[in-house]
Design a binder for this molecule. Structure first.
Ligand SMILES: [Zn+2]
Ligand SMILES: [Zn+2]
Length: 333
């Protein structure tokens, strides 16, 4: 059994383990098919997340098959499933209000508890959701990152013909652009990297700009900020039209806000973190099931887990869309 660890910042380690113990209680054993590499996986790898622990098994964007279950688990063997990679306690004040995404005791797979980049792992059923038969694994691996966008879109109401800007075209930004386009908005995507803009353009009729090209252009009803830098947050606020909204998804440490502009123009600024489970996951699945929702362009390449170094390098290059690790073909060791 192969599993991928971040041993310490800037050091990945492929480990070979004999076997995973039988699942207990409500746990299921998942045989992983695909794992997506996310910006936060790269931040853990590069040592940029202060709350990460090392060594940690990587990975939180996961689709696999249930192969064994504990006596209290109600899933059927053979069920294909995705995983909620953020734990919640269920008892704190936030959880009591149903706000499990801001649980006070939240832990994140692949960051501060072991993640799912393993050919097999056990996890509590409460973090597992079955996927429908008509959702192929290649799309199902996008359920988790798309759920982040589904949640962000609930802060505002993206409607047909609305002018939407997406600042930052990493995986989340690309998914935001794809969803806004699918919902009929007039979408503009902005990034410093022309390769990413070219990928976004393949999604559909989306206008793309480098940051210097957008300046003094029109303003937008809704701006999604998904780059997570000081400069990108500051320009996102400037792009909102009077009465407009900015949804911050990226994790910039800090930024200067033009308060006079925000107050005089009644700009609303939202923060949005991950998702509500299972609601935002179920909505993400519904979008992904629709062949009209084009996201295939966002997946750059599928690497075998044994080519993990190349996969991480590609993901970190800044030029790729979503990079996926495949665990199914790799030999069982
Ligand atoms: Zn992710
Ligand atoms: Zn809680």
């Amino acid at each position: 059994m192969i599993e991928l660890y971040v041993k310490k910042p800037n050091e990945l380690e492929l480990r070979h383990n004999n076997s995973v113990p039988a699942p207990k209680g409500d746990e299921v054993k998942i045989q992983l098919v695909y794992g997506g590499i996310c910006g936060s996986d790269l931040s853990v790898y590069k040592g940029k997340l202060p709350y990460a622990k090392y060594p940690v098994r990587a990975g939180h964007e996961l689709v696999g098959v249930i192969v064994e279950k504990g006596e209290q688990a109600s899933f059927k063997i053979g069920t294909r499933c995705v995983v909620l990679p953020n734990t919640f306690c269920g008892v704190c004040d936030q959880c009591q209000k149903g706000l499990t995404n801001i649980c006070r005791n939240k832990k994140s797979l692949g960051v501060n508890i072991d993640g799912g980049f393993a050919q097999e792992f056990n996890i509590s059923s409460k973090y597992v959701l079955a996927v429908p038969d008509d959702l192929p694994n290649k799309k199902a691996v996008l359920v988790e990152p798309l759920a982040v966008i589904v949640h962000a879109f609930k802060k505002v109401n993206v409607e047909k013909k609305m002018k939407v800007a997406v600042v930052g075209c990493g995986n989340e930004g690309m998914l935001a652009a794809a969803l806004a386009h699918y919902l009929g908005a007039k979408v503009t995507a902005i990034d410093i990297n022309q390769h990413k803009l070219d990928l976004v353009r393949e999604i559909g009729d989306i206008s793309v700009f480098l940051p210097h090209e957008i300046e003094s252009l029109e303003t937008f009803d809704v701006v999604f900020e998904a780059a997570g830098t000081k400069v990108s947050v500051e320009s996102a606020v400037k792009l909102a039209k009077p009465g407009g909204a900015v949804v911050l998804i990226g994790l910039a440490q800090e930024a200067n806000f033009p308060i006079v502009h925000i107050v005089r123009s009644e700009i609303t600024i939202y923060g949005s973190i991950i998702y509500q489970f299972p609601d935002d996951y179920l909505q993400a699945i519904e979008y992904l099931r629709d062949p009209e929702f084009s996201v295939e362009q966002i997946v750059s390449k599928i690497f075998s887990i044994t080519d993990y170094k190349e996969a991480y390098e590609t993901a970190a290059s800044g030029n790729a869309g979503k990079v996926i690790l495949s665990f199914k073909e790799a030999e069982k060791l």
